[in-house]
Ligand binder design. Structure first.
Ligand code: ASP
Length: 351
């Protein structure tokens, strides 16, 4: 009798635990997967006092369109990589940003573009540097990642690969914008560079901003990051910045976060910025906001550089941190909330 009683209690416990675990499963299934996206269009001395209402409106419009286009990819079940590409393509096609159309001029009056992309689920990555005839360098970076055994290609080799892959090539004239050309003239008239040391001249400090980037989390829980730029005005000697350097300007790892950087590239390379943030999270247990703060508020300024990052963790939390007057930026968070910011005073996005 006693054994029978014990057996019934045992049976009751088993049935109860099954029922409650089914309940939990159902609850999990009912949970909608999280997805989110954030973009930047460069950091620098962006002051409201120097911005006209119409220009501010134009920036806000393109940033909104770009972030929404990536978000549409995510909301219809598309991958974080596709979302990153979609958003960056819109920024590359806008003359307002220093990437694709609107890229800054080199010392020799050419436009040389850099880009990179990384898949946080596989740690696969692709990058191109110094390309002169690719309308959307982020697409070529993605092809390097997916259609070649390599990670990083530069110059003519990268363009030969692009032709192989069926990319349409554009003339250098495609990249011409009067404002960027005038900027080159101003910089060159201010100081005629004589050596590589001129890159560190404070007058040139603001000659490089306007890079674009994107980080995204898709419904499958995968992170991706991408960055695209024309580099810095008046660059010489085949100078390459941080944007195409995996771990410096771009990094994504599902275990921690996705990061895209913008700023004074030399310092971002030396600070291994994007990977540093991910490593602090993965190995040091820091949360996203603390990790971006260590690098942007402390490490980079201590080295003498400036700029910012957008970063997203694997839960879709977003951090947009910069130590400049402003950073063009936009996000649609896990709750579907759209926010656009330009200046430091747009505090809600500086977390
Ligand atoms: N980081 C880029 C570079 O140094 C410039 C920028 O972010 O605007 O090439």
């Amino acid at each position: 009798m006693k054994i029978f009683k014990l057996f019934s209690i045992f049976l009751f416990l088993i049935v109860f635990s099954c029922v409650s675990s089914t309940k939990n499963d159902n609850f999990d299934v009912a949970k909608t997967p999280k997805f989110a996206i954030a973009i930047h269009g460069g950091a620098g001395t962006i002051l409201k006092s120097q911005m006209s209402d119409s220009l501010e409106k134009a920036y806000t419009e393109v940033l909104t369109r770009a972030v929404q286009s990536g978000h549409n990819v995510l909301s219809t079940g598309g991958s974080a990589l596709d979302a990153v590409e979609a958003s960056i393509n819109i920024l590359e096609d806008s003359p307002l940003f220093n990437a694709g159309k609107g890229a800054v001029f080199t010392h020799d009056r050419t436009n040389e573009l850099d880009a990179s992309i990384m898949d946080g689920s596989s740690l696969n990555a692709g990058a191109v540097a110094g390309v002169k005839h690719i309308k959307n360098p982020i697409n070529l970076a993605r092809s390097v990642m997916e259609a070649s055994p390599h990670v990083f290609m530069y110059g003519e080799g990268a363009e030969a690969f692009a032709q192989d892959q069926g990319f349409t090539m554009v003339d250098q004239e495609y990249f011409f914008t009067k404002s960027r050309f005038d900027h080159l003239m101003r910089v060159q008239n201010t100081q005629e560079p004589t050596s590589a040391a001129v890159f560190y001249d404070p007058i040139l400090k603001d000659s490089k901003f306007g890079t674009v980037g994107c980080v995204a989390l898709d419904q499958n829980g995968n992170l991706a990051a991408g960055t695209s730029t024309g580099g810095m005005t008046n660059k010489r000697f085949g100078r390459i910045g941080d944007a195409p350097v995996i771990g410096a300007g771009t990094y994504a790892n599902n275990k921690s976060c996705a990061v895209s950087a913008t700023g004074w590239g030399e310092y971002f390379i030396r600070g291994v910025v994007a990977h540093d943030i991910a490593a602090m999270m993965e190995y040091g247990g820091l949360d996203l906001a603390s990790a971006t703060s260590v690098v942007i508020d402390k490490k980079i300024p201590e080295l003498g550089g400036d700029g910012g990052v957008i970063a997203m963790d694997n839960q879709g939390n977003i951090s947009m941190r910069f130590n400049t007057e402003g950073m063009y930026r936009a996000q649609i968070d896990v709750d579907g909330q759209l926010k656009v910011g330009i200046y430091k005073s747009d505090a809600l996005l500086t977390k």
